[in-house]
Design a protein around this ligand. Structure first.
Ligand code: DAH
Length: 339
């Protein structure tokens, strides 16, 4: 019996020394000390021993159990600390490794140009107004003196949402919204996207930007219009710039004009961009039509005003020497990174 206990102890210690993880250790604990374990079986069989043998063997058996238990506890501690060390090693962070570089973006050329335009007009006392891109036919056309069968509708190929709602074809409806919501004096510009169902090519995009302007007060004349727009052009493109006005027609202004400015590519000498003219067509403008004022509840006998509108994209393209409008909307990083 005594030899058997010794043999179990030695065998168990040998196996325990080889255990490398918690599961193996637990397996051995069950094998020797568990309910059906080898040592337990022996303790159970002690009833068959003589009265003299029993305490002796019992003592040895208890010693074997204690020493195995102690060994298991110690081994468990060791395994735990080895596992912890391994975990720390595998999670090591090399702080000397170079980091991931964050690339910082920048403003789009349209936004850059728009900001300088806004700054110029804000300095002249204008406010910035906004209107929706999904607009009532009523505001986009009707109240601007463009009734259902007017030829101007044909020129602005319109995306219709339904009979009464369109994607705005121009920023001019913001004139209507502003006059309906504010009392004169009004002095505002309104930049934003407009939509026309044009086929896409180098100079046409179904989405593009316009900037609208509106000034309403007592005693506003065409001289105010000319002075304001000339000031804008000089601030935007340089003091050497000149402007000239040609008669034109817009349904919502009377009289109406188109304004040209000195070609800012060649300075007026004539080049490829201005097709040898020395001038560039910049915008449409005019004195707000009395009927448009009346449509918005403003008495044309008391108030007068001027309005203007221009396409932003062409200005951006000329400013940066971009020859294809599609590049402004394609989000190609190779193109955008240049600005
Ligand atoms: N809305 C016109 C267009 O899209 C541009 C325009 C012309 C706006 C004359 C105006 C204006 O405010 O007075 O072609």
């Amino acid at each position: 019996m005594k030899e058997k206990l010794e043999a179990i102890k030695n065998e168990a210690l040998k196996e325990l020394k080889e255990a490398v993880n918690k599961a193996e250790l637990e397996g051995l604990r069950v094998k020797y000390l568990g309910k059906k374990g080898e040592l337990t079986q022996i303790l159970k069989g002690m009833g068959g021993l003589s009265a003299e043998e029993r305490p002796v063997i019992g003592k040895i058996a208890n010693e074997v159990r204690d020493s195995l238990e102690n060994f298991i506890t110690e081994a468990a501690e060791k395994i735990k600390s080895v596992e912890k060390e391994n975990k720390l090693k595998s999670e090591i962070i090399d702080i000397s490794m170079p980091g991931k570089k964050q690339t910082i973006g920048h403003r789009h050329p349209i936004d850059l140009t728009l900001r300088s335009i806004e700054e110029i007009f804000i300095n002249m006392g204008f406010t910035i107004e906004e209107g929706p891109e999904v607009e009532y036919d009523q505001y986009n056309f009707e109240m601007l003196n463009i009734p259902k069968n007017h030829p101007a509708r044909g020129e602005q190929d319109t995306f219709y949402i339904n009979d009464n709602i369109v994607l705005r074809t121009q920023t001019s409806p913001v004139q209507i919204r502003t006059m309906l919501n504010q009392k004169p004096p009004i002095k505002m510009i309104s930049p934003g996207k407009v939509y026309r169902s044009d086929a896409v090519d180098a100079t046409h995009s179904p989405i593009f930007y316009q900037v609208e302007g509106l000034v309403i007060d007592k005693g506003i004349t065409f001289a105010d219009l000319k002075g304001t727009l000339e000031m804008f052009i000089k601030k935007m493109f340089g003091e050497g710039m000149n402007t000239k006005f040609r008669p034109h027609h817009f349904p919502f202004t009377e009289p109406s004009a188109e304004m040209d400015a000195t070609c800012f590519v060649c300075g007026g000498k004539g080049c490829r961009v201005c097709k040898g003219e020395g001038w560039m067509e910049i915008l449409g403008c005019g004195m707000v039509h009395p009927q448009v004022l009346r449509n918005c509840g403003i008495d044309p006998e008391v108030y007068s005003g001027f309005a203007f509108g221009f396409g932003l994209d062409r200005m951006v393209m000329q400013k940066y020497g971009i020859d294809d409008i599609r590049q402004l909307y394609e989000s190609d990083m190779r193109f955008l990174n240049q600005f």
